[in-house]
Design a protein around this ligand. Structure first.
Ligand SMILES: [Fe+2]
Ligand SMILES: [Fe+2]
Length: 537
């Protein structure tokens, strides 16, 4: 070993020692993106110090596209971090592609140099040296250093940087893998959250809106939308449109074949358009109307049993261009959205069918009692008037409607001689009649899906003061639905003809409700009913 060689070896060992001190006890601590960025900066600082120069940049090569990405910048424009260079362009692109180092002693005269990107604004570049960082045969990064403090970069400097590059390579590989793993974990977490969301009990609208938000963030797009198919008209309409343009977009429809979404719907194929200005299929009117600028689009069909039911669009990739990986990811997510949409429509249909069955059942029961024709329907109507006045909505309103429809279902178990008696019932008969809420609850108790409407049926003859039947419940312990049906039921009984008396007038019936407010009825709901009635007038 010559003196020169041993000097150089000693310097290398010193560099390695410094590099190792940057690692510190890293492997034991949890590393995050912030730490990784800091480490890249320290690494670059170490290299520029080692080569005695003013500035430099560290690039990681994007595995998918081969583009060098600014990962750390020293002495220049730090806002460049995160920006991608075009593959193969400039000194850095050339070094990344060829895997060979590059020296430019006078940058301004260099044919390969693209000054504007490598140094940033307000920085005068004199000489440049760029060196590939290889891991095995792959170039995983490029180090570019600028403006040697004394003299110019020369072959000796290049040799030195190449000598250090295996150490730099191991360090960078570690950081790249860490970051990748972290991205992978993040993506898995988000995908998991998304699949939980798609299978959740929220309403369809909330599910698809949140799903589009999650999808947009997964592919790093600025905005996104879901268009659904109007089968009859062969058109697409916006079901979800993120961003400020929602209102305008919702009024817009696209024919099959029109625009990129229309093309995707017609062809049943996904599409990436990375420059909309150069694609004839792009529908300019949407941007003209909203003032939004669509630069690039990733668009995939939502397919159910081979049929297009919708289209998902991710618009404007926030970091570069949409890739094949984004396309694959979005395609697989579209399948999940399809399942969620199918489930939702199945659920809606089931609910509708069930309600229809219940309605016809209620009607069939009513036919046995000739005096109460239309009673059920009116009790439903009055109950919902109270609900709407009180702002009761969603599931609770659905439950009330169902309970009102079925409140007298137990009359099925009451003998005709009692049910159809054209006179006032005697005590024994009345006792029998009082069993109908319990009979109804028993019958419906056998259907698990509607268990939650039973309280409304069982307690619709209870009184607010506890003097009703079957259990003598009172006040707030009485289910809300039962308190409402009780008012609706009594009002209808008073305002229809009975075998033993004529119908009473609405005014009289309302006065009676008020009179028994606080004893038989919950005052708040009587008041709501009266108000709703006045409104209708
Ligand atoms: Fe009843
Ligand atoms: Fe009734």
């Amino acid at each position: 070993m010559t003196v020169q060689q041993s000097k150089s070896r000693a310097k290398e060992l010193i560099f390695l020692k410094k590099l190792l001190s940057i690692y510190g006890d890293l492997p034991r601590q949890r590393i995050n993106t912030g730490i990784i960025n800091k480490l890249y900066n320290e690494l670059l600082g170490l290299i520029t110090g080692e080569l005695a120069c003013d500035a430099g940049s560290l690039f990681v090569i994007d595995r998918e596209t081969g583009s060098p990405v600014f990962t750390a910048v020293k002495g220049g424009d730090e806002s460049l971090v995160g920006k991608k260079l075009e593959k193969g362009k400039g000194i850095v692109g050339k070094v990344a592609d060829t895997g060979a180092g590059y020296l430019a002693k006078d940058a301004s005269k260099d044919p390969v140099w693209m000054g504007e990107v490598s140094s940033g604004k307000g920085f005068a570049t004199t000489d440049i040296m760029a060196c590939p960082i290889k891991y095995g045969n792959d170039v995983i990064g490029v180090i570019e250093v600028l403006n040697k403090k004394k003299g110019m970069f020369n072959r000796q400097d290049m040799k030195r940087l190449l000598q250090l590059s295996p150490h730099i390579s191991v360090f960078m590989k570690y950081l790249i893998d860490e970051l990748e793993q972290q991205r992978f974990i993040n993506m898995q977490t988000r995908l998991y959250e998304l699949s939980m969301l798609l299978n959740s009990n929220l309403d369809t609208k909330a599910i698809v809106t949140n799903a589009i938000k999650a999808i947009v963030s997964l592919v790093h797009a600025d905005v996104g939308s879901l268009l659904l198919v109007d089968k009859e008209k062969q058109e697409l309409f916006f079901e979800v449109a993120l961003g400020d343009s929602e209102k305008v977009l919702k009024e817009m429809r696209l024919k099959f074949g029109q625009g990129i979404a229309g093309w995707v719907a017609q062809q049943k194929k996904p599409l990436v358009v990375n420059d909309t200005s150069k694609d004839e299929r792009f529908f300019k009117k949407a941007d003209q109307k909203t003032g939004f600028v669509t630069k690039n689009i990733l668009c995939v069909p939502v397919l159910s049993k081979g049929e297009v039911i919708g289209v998902i669009q991710a618009i404007n990739k926030s970091d570069g261009l949409f890739t094949k990986r984004d396309l694959e990811l979005l395609t697989s997510l579209a399948d999940q959205v399809a399942i969620a949409l199918e489930n939702a429509s199945l659920h809606e249909e089931l609910k509708r069918t069930f309600l229809e069955v219940v309605e016809s059942l209620a009607e069939a029961i009513e036919k046995r009692d000739p005096y109460t024709g239309g009673h059920t329907k009116r009790v439903v109507k009055y109950s919902l008037m109270i609900a709407d006045q009180m702002g009761i909505e969603g599931d609770e309103r659905d439950r009330l409607k169902m309970a009102a429809l079925l409140h007298d279902v137990g009359k099925i178990g009451i003998d005709d001689s009692i049910l159809r008696k054209p006179a006032i019932l005697d005590d024994a008969e009345f006792e029998k009649m009082k069993e109908h809420p319990s009979i109804g609850a028993d019958i419906l108790g056998k259907i698990p899906q509607i268990k939650n409407i039973i309280p409304g049926i069982l307690y619709h003859h209870e009184w607010y003061n506890g003097r009703g039947y079957p259990d003598g419940l009172s006040g707030q312990s009485l289910p809300l639905v039962a308190r409402i049906i009780s008012i609706a039921d009594t009002y209808d009984a008073m305002t229809t003809d009975r075998p033993y008396r004529k119908a009473l007038t609405p005014e009289f019936a309302l006065a009676e409700l008020k009179k028994f407010s606080g004893t038989q009825f919950d005052p708040a709901y009587v008041e709501a009913f009266v108000k709703a009635f006045e409104k209708q007038k």
